[in-house]
Design a binder for this molecule. Structure first.
Ligand SMILES: Nc1ncnc2c1ncn2[C@@H]1O[C@H](COP(=O)(O)OP(=O)(O)OP(=O)(O)O)[C@@H](O)[C@H]1O
Ligand SMILES: C=C(C)CCOP(=O)(O)O
Length: 268
């Protein structure tokens, strides 16, 4: 397929799936490998921009060092420790992708972006474009970024996607997690039911069904994810949350036809 007809798809490998989030620094290697295999089948047909979250590697370290409160609280050592934790996970994800012959190139947002009070004000896209020009697949990750007000801020993958999506305009965004999508409790039958689509009619109800994170999560867990993604979907970008632990769910979502998952679609 020629470069100009390839559709851009952003893919997040969520920390809830690629790590054991309740334990510190434990990667879920089978899920990482399963994701890498599906990416390996598809990366030639799409212009993929990959990213991964912090999971049980970065979130506990960031929390311990109060990184979200800025440099006065966390000091350079807290910032450095958190970046080391995310880089540790990045190296595991990269090893898996390369083992499946996906030419992934890590681009750390902390080296090419800037924030102001927790929102991106600048993100140099050249490293992403250069990687793509060379036939490589950019691999970003949640990170700790220089902040002109707080000194440093934690940037979630969803915040990164939000900023990038107004500039790169992906066809769709796929968020992989350890759940089939977003659930709500059905009071009629007492069961948890998958929300097939989050839209303007049910957004508030869905948000009230979201539970507070049970493990360390400095970026706000599922609630933050839904809020950021809902805002991105206002730009007519298709968004799916799918389960990375299930065979071929990621593949289906990248192709735009997820077997099971939650679609986020503003405006209806
Ligand atoms: N209503 C809900 N439906 C589905 N999952 C929910 C709900 N409420 C809370 N959750 C939790 O949200 C978690 C996924 O969100 P989380 O932010 O941990 O994912 P992630 O993006 O993969 O993680 P990371 O930020 O580390 O990359 C699930 O493991 C689940 O426990
Ligand atoms: C905790 C850090 C450094 C990254 C958080 O990124 P996320 O897991 O995508 O929210």
């Amino acid at each position: 397929m020629s470069e100009d007809v390839k559709k851009t798809v952003f893919v997040k490998l969520g920390g809830s799936a690629i790590t054991h989030k309740g334990k510190e620094s434990q990667a879920n290697l089978p899920v990482i490998d399963l994701s890498s295999s599906q990416i390996s089948e598809l990366y030639n047909d799409f212009s993929l921009i990959l990213a991964h979250g912090g999971g049980g590697f970065a979130h506990p370290v960031a929390e311990r060092h109060n990184v979200s409160k800025g440099i006065e609280k966390c000091k350079a050592l807290g910032l450095a420790n958190t970046r080391m934790a995310i880089q540790g996970l990045n190296s595991i994800v990269l090893t898996s992708l390369l083992s499946k012959e996906v030419p992934a190139l890590t681009i750390s947002p902390s080296t090419c972006s800037e924030m102001e009070n927790g929102r991106f004000t600048d993100f140099n896209l050249s490293p992403i474009h250069h990687a793509q020009k060379l036939g490589a697949v950019p691999l970003l990750h949640g990170d700790v970024v220089y902040d002109s007000v707080k000194g440093c801020s934690v940037a979630s993958t969803e915040m990164i996607f939000s900023y990038l999506s107004t500039r790169i305009k992906p066809e769709r965004i796929v968020i992989g997690a350890n759940v089939d999508g977003v659930f709500w409790d059905n009071p009629d039958n007492g069961k948890r039911e998958l929300v097939e689509e989050i839209n303007s009619r049910n957004l508030e109800d869905v948000l009230s069904a979201v539970e507070e994170p049970k493990t360390s999560d400095v970026t706000g867990g599922m609630r933050h994810k839904i809020e950021e993604l809902y805002n991105i979907s206002k730009h007519k970008i298709e968004i799916f949350i799918v389960n990375l632990s299930k065979k071929n769910y990621l593949r289906g979502a990248i192709l735009g036809k997820p077997e099971v998952g939650t679609r986020i679609k503003a405006g209806e």
